[in-house]
Ligand binder design. Structure first.
Ligand code: ATP
Length: 237
């Protein structure tokens, strides 16, 4: 990264001379379990990542796995500037237990004018503080995962995604009553208030569902609708 002006941090990277495209790359600050999984998933989906962590061992462990990885303290404004962080449009604060470092980092990112800041909150009051600071995307991985697993444990759903505003997307086995006839005849929307958006058939993979789609025993369906309605629908025999 040609822009680095100081050696107050250590830089590792596969392509240390190459510059990241700050517009399309993401900075992940804090490479604990959550930050690391997030950064590796971004890399796997083709997004370049600048990882920042204060711990030398953690930085070493991510060497070659991320586009660049730097050992630095994210609570120092000068350090963030030296790392060209203000030029990135998306930054994730994945520091968890050190709430002070998390809040300080988030407030510096706001001061630096980063348009898309994502910050991890470890409690409700912590999330509230981040929102009051102006962080638009506050994430609570443990809480969100707990809610998601609760829905999976309660029903026969194979997967559950909370879209927000009382809306959810559910992957489930189709109930008997919709099998063997076109979806238009099943009246799922009027009777159950849900929409079958896609279906999976062994050997054929996933397809969009249309009014003419005939769901068969053994298929898997993707259903969208109000949380309570998709839950009751997925419990039908
Ligand atoms: P997880 O559950 O994801 O493992 P956690 O909530 O336990 O995360 P922490 O271990 O507190 O999170 O923080 C994640 C990482 O953030 C750690 O690797 C830590 O070294 C790093 N970190 C903490 N403070 C700073 C800081 N000021 N600057 C850079 N990195 C930091």
């Amino acid at each position: 990264m040609a822009k680095f002006r100081s050696s107050s941090f250590s830089l590792f990277g596969q392509r240390q001379t190459a510059r990241l495209n700050e517009e399309s790359s993401v900075v992940v600050i804090g490479l604990g379990r959550f930050g690391s999984a997030l950064a590796l998933e971004l890399m796997a989906s083709g997004t370049e990542v600048l990882g920042i962590d204060g711990d030398e061992e953690i930085v070493q462990a991510h060497n070659r796995l991320l586009t660049h990885v730097v050992r630095a303290d994210s609570t120092k404004e000068e350090t963030l500037r030296q790392l060209s962080v203000p030029e990135f449009s998306s930054v994730v604060v994945a520091i968890g237990s050190d709430i002070q470092a998390n809040i300080l980092t988030a407030s510096l990112l706001i001061k630096l004018g980063i348009p898309n800041i994502w910050a991890k909150a470890v409690s409700e009051p912590h999330g509230e503080i981040l929102r009051q600071l102006g962080v638009k995307h506050v994430i609570s991985p443990e809480k969100d995962m707990g809610k998601r697993v609760a829905h999976l444990v309660r029903g026969v759903m194979q997967d559950y995604i909370d879209i927000g505003e009382d809306f959810a997307l559910v992957k489930t086995a189709p109930p008997q009553e919709i099998l063997g006839k076109p979806l238009s005849e099943t009246k799922v929307r009027t009777v159950h208030g849900v929409t079958v958006t896609a279906f999976y058939r062994a050997g054929q993979g996933w397809s969009y569902a249309t009014m003419e789609t005939v769901v068969l025993d053994g298929d898997i369906i993707l259903v969208a609708g109000q949380t309570e309605r998709v839950e009751s629908f997925s419990r039908l025999p």
